[in-house]
Design a protein around this ligand. Structure first.
Ligand code: ADP
Ligand code: MG
Length: 264
């Protein structure tokens, strides 16, 4: 029982971005993945979830023993994997409840308790009613999107969640609410978390068991929470110097890159 990533290679549009990622998240554990812009963190999340255009070229990913590479995204979700995307997609005309009902059916879960669960979680996460009636993410602010993603996570109760910069765009109060809700799921539901983040501020609430530093498409070192403190103090350059490696620049897939991380 674990999310196990072994020597995962892959990328996008024929460019290799992931260069051998090894990672194992057990139920109830929180792993933080920290790395500079353009190092391939979001690419890892998309390759794990099987987003269109992203491809695994080697290695394996198993969810509680089941290989998920090559499966449709919905099958990966049914296997217990959830992704909160860095830039959530707007779905006009589809409410969160509609999206959740179809996700639950895909997982073989009866959605008849959905409304009650949604109301409970919306109150717990202070998601206002108007966000439940609008199209998913349509005219949501960055912070509202992240609360809504957390709401979906809490209702769906997957085995493992990849949270890609769930802290971006959140003010201090929202960050605390989201981090506490996720942390509670690790103890109440045994949720295993891979939290991708730039900032150690998320990690003061969502205390990680393991911190991984990710550069150039692979994990260069792993450690306890003190690794996040080292990063905060000395940056990626400091870690690289200690390891005797260079901080690789971002992979350039094309000169005018429309997918470059805007850095907010
Ligand atoms: P991070 O999340 O660590 O900032 P990303 O995974 O978003 O990094 O990006 C890694 C590299 O892959 C960057 O050079 C980025 O421009 C490129 N990339 C990511 N997604 C795409 C895509 N869909 N098409 C082309 N290039 C992409
Ligand atoms: Mg990213």
């Amino acid at each position: 029982m674990s999310l196990v990533i072994r020597n995962l290679r892959g990328g996008v549009a024929g460019t290799e971005i992931l260069r051998g990622v090894d990672l194992e998240v057990a139920p109830g554990e929180v792993h933080a993945l920290m790395g500079p812009n353009g190092s391939g963190k979001s690419t890892l999340s998309h390759v794990l979830m099987g987003r269109e255009g992203y491809e695994a070229t080697g290695g394996s990913v198993t969810v509680d023993g089941m290989e998920i590479l090559g499966l449709e995204t919905s099958r990966r979700a049914a296997a217990g994997l959830f992704l909160a995307m860095q830039y959530p997609i707007e779905v006009p005309g589809v409410r969160i409840a509609d999206l959740l009902a179809s996700s639950m059916r895909a997982r073989g879960v009866d959605p008849s308790d959905l409304d009650a669960a949604l109301a409970t979680e919306a109150a717990r996460l202070e998601v206002r009613d108007e966000f439940l009636t609008r199209g998913v993410n349509v005219e949501f602010s960055g912070g509202e999107q992240k609360r809504a993603e957390t709401l979906q996570l809490a209702v769906l109760r997957p085995g493992y969640a990849v949270l890609d910069e769930i802290d971006s765009g959140l003010d201090v109060d929202a960050l605390r609410d989201v981090a506490r809700r996720v942390k509670a799921m690790t103890t109440e539901n045994g949720l295993g978390v891979l939290a991708i983040t730039h900032y150690s501020r998320l990690l003061t609430e969502l205390t990680p068991d393991v911190v991984h530093v990710f550069m150039g498409g692979r994990i260069v070192t792993s450690g306890g929470p003190e690794l996040a403190d080292e990063l905060e103090a000395g940056g990626y350059d400091g870690i690289a110097a200690r390891l005797g490696i260079e901080v690789p620049g971002p992979v350039q897939t094309r000169a005018d890159d429309p997918f470059a991380d805007p850095g907010f």
